[in-house]
Design a protein around this ligand. Sequence first.
Ligand SMILES: CC(C)(COP(=O)(O)OP(=O)(O)OC[C@H]1O[C@@H](n2cnc3c(N)ncnc32)[C@H](O)[C@@H]1OP(=O)(O)O)[C@@H](O)C(=O)NCCC(=O)NCCS
Length: 180
Amino acid sequence: MKIYLRALIPEDAFISYQWRNDPEVWKYTGRKPDVKVTPIIEKQWLEKVLSNNDEIRFAICINGTNDYIGNIQLLKISDIDAEFHIFIGDKRLWGKGIASSATHKLLKIGFSEYGLKRIYLTVNKNNIAAIKAYKKNGFKKDENFINRFQNSSKFKNQITMSVIREDFEKIAYDKGFQDV
Ligand SMILES: CC(C)(COP(=O)(O)OP(=O)(O)OC[C@H]1O[C@@H](n2cnc3c(N)ncnc32)[C@H](O)[C@@H]1OP(=O)(O)O)[C@@H](O)C(=O)NCCC(=O)NCCS
């Protein structure tokens, strides 16, 4: 299944609020909404975060139908690095290679358009699908990276992974620089 990324817009909230209320989507993530998220709450939140200038947030969409199925973003963008996040909100589309492909597309943007040297993330060690998608794109477990979550019990099962530009470029080279 082919996908593309487009800029997230406030109106996407009218779809994404449903995913915010699905505990299965947040099972392995640090962010678990504790109140019911309404379309208005989600839209107001999106309007706020879309005005942040150290973030880029994209909607993951299906080629052809243009269905919006998830979010992918780089946060805390500095001159050298950024923090990666992804979720596929439409669970019917899990296990179809979408996270692997979307991750590749966002890393390409981060490294080639933003000139980043390193992209990092935290992931629950039991989130096998996520870890596989990350490893396929060059992410490695990062033992040295001191992350801000490490002392929090809420994040005790989280591991940190990161990918450097050279490793990602090698993977892109091996794929013949073809888009995936
Ligand atoms: C984690 C998540 C992003 C994975 O997305 P996805 O599109 O299903 O992932 P992919 O289809 O690209 O699968 C990646 C790999 O995991 C494998 N996989 C998929 N589901 C799996 C499962 N339940 N158990 C084990 N492996 C699984 C795939 O076969 C693939 O491996 P392969 O390349 O060797 O074939 C998606 O499930 C999701 O959004 N979950 C909720 C939010 C979340 O956890 N986000 C990540 C936070 S760090």
